[in-house]
Write a protein that binds this ligand. Structure first.
Ligand code: NAD
Length: 284
């Protein structure tokens, strides 16, 4: 039996994957995911390989594109624009970071928002901010799914998000706001972080600082979601001092096995959502 206090990301991600496989099976044509990898960075290559393998496992088409590190801005933009126009492509993911000579923002602008499975285009951000249907970034979507699967309704609760990156913290705050939480966004410029985090009913930590949140930073009964990932000699740890904070929390995600497994599962879910968006707007 798993500990009821722990939010089990592995089990919830498996549930998401099963739902995606079922949805894919019910479609006339399997969705196709185009991962775009530029160069040979070993970490990026592993991330992309994992995404491709899961895509195939769930019955989707793997439309991977690998380009040499010497590719020009123009060539890369042409490739991504071509994928955006190709009706055989459902989702596009450009693996970041790109080599230094390439402008990632300009490349992302070439992704059609209905195929933007990472939720990074300006239009996807605008849709999230204005509460319109669209593709949301995978990690904060995974956090929302963890909360939902645990039966936590955030409406009216004080939610505090530590970190405001484009990929995690900022969209996280928007998604909690969309669900009627009262949201506080904290960042490097926050003067009194502890005063903010101690108010939290739901505390999402995505600062990239190992052990940033300790027992004096939370109130008893809090729900803690630790997005941080740090590879140390003692294994993988998060932004929260788990051993010290867990006794105070009502629910808490472990690291590893919390948010981590959700991100790739939500990418698969986004690829199915992209089918629905494209049907809805009949763009391609
Ligand atoms: P980032 O470096 O882009 O952003 C960090 C944010 O935290 C910034 O907004 C910064 O202002 C804020 N911050 C930094 N130090 C702070 C402090 N002392 N007090 C308050 N705010 C502070 O990082 P990111 O890409 O958002 O990632 C954050 C963490 O989440 C990293 O550990 C990363 O590895 C992890 N991550 C995990 C997943 C996953 O799938 N679980 C996905 C993405 C990122």
């Amino acid at each position: 039996m798993s500990d009821p206090q722990l939010i089990d990301g592995r089990a919830i991600a498996a549930q998401v994957r099963a739902e995606v496989a079922e949805a894919v099976g019910a479609l006339e044509r399997p969705p196709g995911l185009a991962t775009v990898l530029v160069g040979d960075d070993p970490a990026s290559a592993i991330y992309v390989r994992n995404k491709r393998e899961m895509c195939v496992q769930l019955g989707m088409r793997d439309l991977h594109q690998h380009l040499p590190a010497t590719v020009t801005q123009r060539e890369l933009e042409q490739l991504v624009s071509g994928l955006s126009e190709d009706p055989g492509v459902t989702g596009i993911l450009v693996q970041l970071p790109l080599p230094a000579h390439l402008d990632a923002r300009a490349v992302i602008r070439c992704i059609h928002p209905d195929k933007d499975v990472d939720g990074l285009t300006g239009e996807s951000v605008a849709r999230l901010t204005t509460g319109q249907p669209g593709l949301r970034p995978c990690t904060p979507s995974g956090v929302m799914r963890l909360l939902d699967a645990t039966g936590i309704n955030v409406e009216g609760l004080d939610a505090v998000v530590v970190g405001r990156s484009d990929l995690v913290g900022r969209p996280m705050a928007q998604m909690l706001l969309e669900r009627d939480a009262t949201v506080t966004s904290c960042h490097k410029g926050t003067r009194d972080l502890r005063a903010a985090t101690r108010r939290a009913d739901i505390l999402v930590v995505a600062a990239g600082v190992p052990g940033l949140i300790g027992p004096d930073d939370v109130k008893p009964g809090v729900v803690v979601i630790d997005v941080g990932i740090h590879r140390t000699r003692d294994g993988v740890t998060g932004d929260v001092d788990f051993a010290a904070v867990a006794p105070l929390a009502w629910r808490i995600t472990p690291v590893p096995g919390g948010v981590g497994p959700m991100t790739i599962a939500m990418l698969m879910d986004n690829t199915v959502q992209a089918v629905r968006l494209q049907e809805r707007y009949a763009v391609t």
